[in-house]
Design a protein around this ligand. Structure first.
Ligand code: SF4
Length: 312
């Protein structure tokens, strides 16, 4: 106990006085965000127990094609700066009937990596063909159980057998087409609800994925989502510079911009792409102020950050 407390204190001092000064010296904001997350929808067909969507008071919807095209056309003009576009945030991206078209437009705009996270419950064979055809680079499947019972203890409202069948269909079709993309990351989240059956989970997918194409299995940890849940202790003072404002912009389905995916309810708004450009917001006062404050570990103006585990 005493030893753990001592080690934790030592780790915090190391972060504050060794890592942070080095990190701070390396932080330079490019003229455009390297990664842009576009929340195509914040609606979902599941009610996963660890997801704070149940606390959303912000509007629910699917991003309009007009707004999406505005965003992508600016990304196209800055394609050298953009390495990734994520087509998800809070919600199930496959609920968007225009998802394949949105992926195609992002690829045509020169985005190197187009990616989304899905629960795969709506991943029909037709959609698999569409996503391969339009050039999707990668996607992650959240699959949080090893049996109908353990799966539904976490992923409430979905059907284990149906989703597993969709996942198998994806791998079958990609192989039959001899397609090299998209690569897939299958993610597990061990927690008491699903009995934490990590080894069982890995063996379930190990033979299904193709590591030669870059597929992998990820075992993830629970988040607090900036106060949306309380799995982690965030009582200690911040000791880490969060670098999200230097590397990522998250655009919510209604066009408001927030710094990261932890801000589940869109509280820390930094701009609105309906009325401003991505570059204008990225280089604007709100972002510059956030970067300056983060550099000095001052998160006082940011209520979501104050409850975030990433800076402890
Ligand atoms: S401190 Fe946490 S909530 Fe704040 S921007 Fe960073 S990751 Fe997001």
């Amino acid at each position: 106990m005493v030893r753990n407390t001592f080690l934790r204190a030592l780790r915090r001092l190391g972060k504050r006085y060794v890592f942070n000064p080095y990190h701070r010296s390396k932080l330079n904001a490019a003229h455009f965000p390297p990664a842009v997350w576009i929340e195509n929808t914040n609606m979902c067909n599941a009610r996963c127990v660890m997801c704070p969507r149940d606390k959303h008071t912000r509007p629910q919807g699917i991003m309009s094609m007009a707004l999406y095209e505005k965003i992508v056309s600016e990304i196209e003009k800055n394609q050298d700066a953009v390495t990734r576009v994520h087509l998800h945030n809070y919600g199930e991206p496959l609920l968007d009937k225009d998802l394949a078209l949105k992926i195609r437009l992002a690829k045509e705009a020169g985005v190197r990596q187009v990616y989304f996270v899905t629960n795969a419950s709506l991943l029909t064979e037709e959609k698999v063909h569409q996503y391969i055809a339009v050039g999707l680079d990668e996607f992650k499947i959240s699959f949080y159980g090893t049996s109908p019972e353990t799966y539904n203890n976490t992923m409430v409202g979905l059907d284990f057998e149906k989703t597993m069948s969709n996942v198998k269909t994806f791998f079958r079709v990609r192989k039959a087409l001899n397609a090299k993309h998209p690569r897939v990351l299958v993610q597990y989240l061990p927690q008491p609800h699903n009995l934490g059956l990590t080894e069982e989970f890995v063996s379930m997918f190990d033979d299904m994925i193709d590591r030669t194409l870059g597929d992998s299995i990820s075992i993830f940890n629970l988040h607090n989502f900036g106060g949306g849940r309380s799995y982690r202790d965030t009582s200690s003072p911040a000791c880490t510079i969060c670098d999200y404002p230097w590397r990522t912009m998250v655009i919510l389905q209604n066009g408001l911009v927030v710094p990261c995916c932890m801000d589940y309810n869109g509280e820390q708004v930094l701009g609105d792409v309906n009325v401003d450009s991505i570059a204008g917001i990225w280089n604007g006062t709100a972002y510059r102020q956030m970067r300056n404050m983060f550099k000095s570990l001052n998160y006082a103006r940011y209520p979501v950050c104050l409850k975030c585990e990433h800076i402890r």
